[in-house]
Design a protein. Structure first.
Length: 367
């Protein structure tokens, strides 16, 4: 295919076309959204390939982006009757994606993984179209494992992931961060919470559903914490403590959406779970943090690996959930506060910074 045909002129500006893909969960879609403002600024025509009823369709169509539907089967590591039929859906999806590639003639494809991405990457490879992929987890998901040999470059989030990608096409970029998060205002955040003194702000994030274990431990030592900090506590739906609603210096939210950039920027120290997205937001904002990863009892251990990586890199202090007591929590926070500048300097020196621009530069280089 003559890729010169993919380029059109508007005035004196050369425009290119990019197709994004990724789906199955919001985590395979939202990093794509972080790239949109810069891609639009550079004049890319943006399209998306996803499934008929996947979460990606609702998210992407709300952005007024042209959306192509293909068939896709779920890729499973375990036995399921659908394992016998889904390969045919994947094959159908490859042919549909090939048709889209030949019709739209994109200059490049960006894949965020998830099962819908496999047919798209194969189709791009068959048509000689460069593919940049991104992997958020330390260990690659099955979709990226299958498709990475057909990618031009695979962007990874953690240094440990470099050895998981065969060949020399892995690049450490980190995870793309929404620009609005970086543009949040510390002043607005403190004002929203009604803080009137100059105490540092401790932000507690228990994950999207909250963590009753973290909530209870924090509230059990609230008197001690309030001697030192103003506290913003994102405790999860249904986890508000009514008797604490008028407590001076303590503000609790079930969840935060549009206000989150201001809340994050208001924080001086953060206690958080260790999901990949939130810890890279903390890294981008250079917030000293104490990570309390989900235990293996309630997860497959991804957060434990994430936290261990950040601890090894010097970005985070870690407290395992099984070890946590009020005394140990207070002790860890005291040590974190005393060494916060060391953590901030480590985060400033991180190679996993400015992921959006690093990924955009790769897209520009190979498109």
């Amino acid at each position: 295919m003559n890729r010169a045909l993919c380029i059109v002129l508007r005035g004196n500006r050369v425009l290119k076309k990019i197709i994004l893909t990724g789906g199955g969960s919001a985590g395979h879609v939202t990093p794509n959204l972080s790239l949109l403002p810069k891609l639009k600024e550079l004049g890319y025509e943006i399209q998306y390939i996803g499934t008929e009823s996947g979460i990606e369709r609702e998210i992407i169509e709300s952005e007024k982006i042209k959306y192509h539907v293909i068939s896709s089967g779920k890729l499973r590591r375990y036995f399921d009757v659908k394992n016998f039929t889904d390969p045919f859906r994947v094959i159908k999806g490859i042919f549909q994606a090939i048709f889209i590639m030949r019709k739209e003639k994109p200059n490049i494809v960006f894949s965020k993984g998830g099962f819908v991405s496999v047919p798209v990457v194969f189709a791009a490879y068959i048509n000689g179209i460069p593919v940049i992929a991104h992997e958020s987890d330390i260990t690659p998901g099955l979709a990226n494992k299958l498709s990475s040999p057909y990618c031009t470059k695979v962007c990874v989030t953690f240094p440990e992931s470099l050895k998981s990608i065969k060949g020399d096409n892995a690049v450490l970029t980190g995870t793309p961060i929404r620009q609005e998060l970086l543009d949040g205002s510390r002043i607005i955040g403190r004002r929203m919470c009604g803080f009137e003194n100059d105490k540092p702000v401790l932000l507690i994030i228990g994950g999207s559903l909250g963590s009753k274990f973290i909530n209870n431990t924090v509230r059990n030592c609230l008197n001690e914490l309030l001697k030192i900090y103003n506290i913003i506590h994102i405790c999860g739906k249904g986890n508000l403590e009514k008797k604490l609603t008028k407590r001076t210096g303590y503000v609790q939210f079930e969840y935060v959406s549009e206000e989150m950039p201001h809340i994050m920027n208001a924080a001086d120290i953060v206690i958080s779970r260790a999901g990949a997205n939130v810890i890279f937001e903390l890294l981008a904002l250079k917030k000293p943090n104490l990570l309390i990863p989900l235990s293996r009892k309630s997860s497959r251990g991804d957060q434990i690996l994430n936290a261990a990586s950040f601890e090894k890199s010097g970005y985070s202090m870690v407290l395992q959930e099984e070890d946590m007591t009020t005394e140990l929590l207070l002790d860890k926070l005291k040590k974190l506060d005393m060494s916060k500048h060391t953590y901030i300097n480590k985060m400033k020196a991180s190679a996993a910074q400015d992921a959006t621009n690093k990924i955009i530069n790769l897209i520009e280089k190979y498109s």
